[in-house]
Every structure is written in C-alpha cells, then in structure tokens.
Design a protein around this ligand. Sequence first.
Ligand code: ZN
Length: 111
Amino acid sequence: MRRIKADEAEYVTVVNGMNHPKYTEVCDADRRALENGFKWCLHCKRAYPTGNFRYDKNEPDPIPQMFCPYDNCDGDYWMDGWVWLEIANDNGYPSIPKLGKIYALYPEVKE
Ligand SMILES: [Zn+2]
C-alpha cells in the first residue's frame, strides 16, 4: 500500500465515530462491545472516548491508519489503544478517566 509523505499529511479528527465508515471497516461487533467506553493510549498514556480517532484525509488507502485523537500523538488507534477498563482495574483508576490526564501503566514503578 502506498503511504504519503509526512509533510502531505492532513489529519481529520473524528469524535464518537464508532459508526464512522473508517471505523466499521476495521472493527467487528465483538471488539466494539469490548471497547465500549474508553481507550488508553500506550504512547501518550492518556485516555479518550472509544470512537474518537484521527486519520489523514490525504491517505489514499481506503482503510487509512487510525491514530490516537490527541494532537501530536502518533499512537495507533488499534495497536496502541488499549481497553481503559483493564488499565483502570489493574491500577485502581476510576472507571471514567479524566480526559487529557496522563495515567501511567504501572504507577508504582518509577520510569
Ligand atoms: Zn496518544
């Protein structure tokens, strides 16, 4: 598949996009149910509502790479977006995360 150069990229931010065609081309019903709620980004360690993502509108691939919705984060929506409830349960975080707040994966370990 052809990828365009980074300086040609022009990102579109999608909010509440679980029924967005770019989303449903990738995500089956089982995964949508599992991800109902929030996701957590392995790159920026922030949580976001499931279905919020960015993609490059100049990407010619009909199934473009989908990114973490936070600006300036290159985390992949699928690979780096983990199920928030699993992170929350493992670390005693609230089931509803604060948007934009950094939640360490292992807060007891000093990185
Ligand atoms: Zn991110």
